[in-house]
Design a protein around this ligand. Structure first.
Ligand code: MN
Length: 195
């Protein structure tokens, strides 16, 4: 079973997350940050990874710690659920249009964390949500998931679409990368013999 449950308690946030890589995109997400819940819904729905996540963060300060720490916990859960990565495709990519916005994600479940991020938001806020936190989420996710992740938004004028297209593009790329590769002969997809 490619599942994992992780909890993380700090003075800033208390988070529990469960992922099932072989799910259907089912999700039960409650972070206390409405827009962020909407983004994590997209992540689950379009990766077909079931995600159950609850977060109690210091939202009286702002959303920063909650968003960043959810990225950390989801990255850790993904890495644990992947195990030794035997038989997976490893690489995934997606070019995702959403109305005015065109987002591109390419990723490698390499074990080597990297975030290349070229996403410009025309506004600092989406409702009450700070757009700069989208990057914070993916930084935590890539670092703790051991993911080499490149996200570029090639065009876009609406901040809500830019954020959402980024999440959907990453989700679709993730779906591809975690999938079993039927020609991969249940091997670890690296000449090094490990990932
Ligand atoms: Mn939306």
């Amino acid at each position: 079973m490619r599942t994992a449950t992780l909890s993380r308690d700090t003075a800033e946030t208390r988070i529990t997350a469960t992922v099932d890589l072989d799910g259907t995109g089912a999700r039960e997400i409650a972070t206390g940050v409405g827009f962020f819940d909407h983004m994590l819904d997209q992540l689950a729905r379009h990766s077909l990874i079931d995600i159950s996540l609850t977060a109690e963060g210091d939202l009286h300060i702002d959303d920063h710690h909650t968003v960043e720490d959810c990225g950390i916990v989801l990255g850790q859960a993904l890495a644990r659920a992947l195990g030794d990565k035997r038989g997976i495709r490893r690489y995934g990519d997606c070019l995702l249009p959403m109305d005015d916005t065109l987002a591109r994600a390419a990723l490698d479940l390499s074990g080597r964390p990297w975030l290349a991020w070229d996403v410009a938001f025309p506004t600092a806020k989406i409702g009450g949500f700070d757009t700069e936190l989208v990057r914070e989420f993916f930084q935590g996710f890539a670092t703790h998931g051991g993911i080499t992740l490149h996200v570029d938004v090639l065009r876009g004028v609406n901040s809500h679409h830019i954020a959402e297209a980024s999440f959907k593009a990453v989700a679709r790329a993730l779906r591809m990368a975690v999938e079993p590769d039927p020609r991969g002969a249940d091997a670890i997809p690296s000449t090094k013999g490990r990932l």
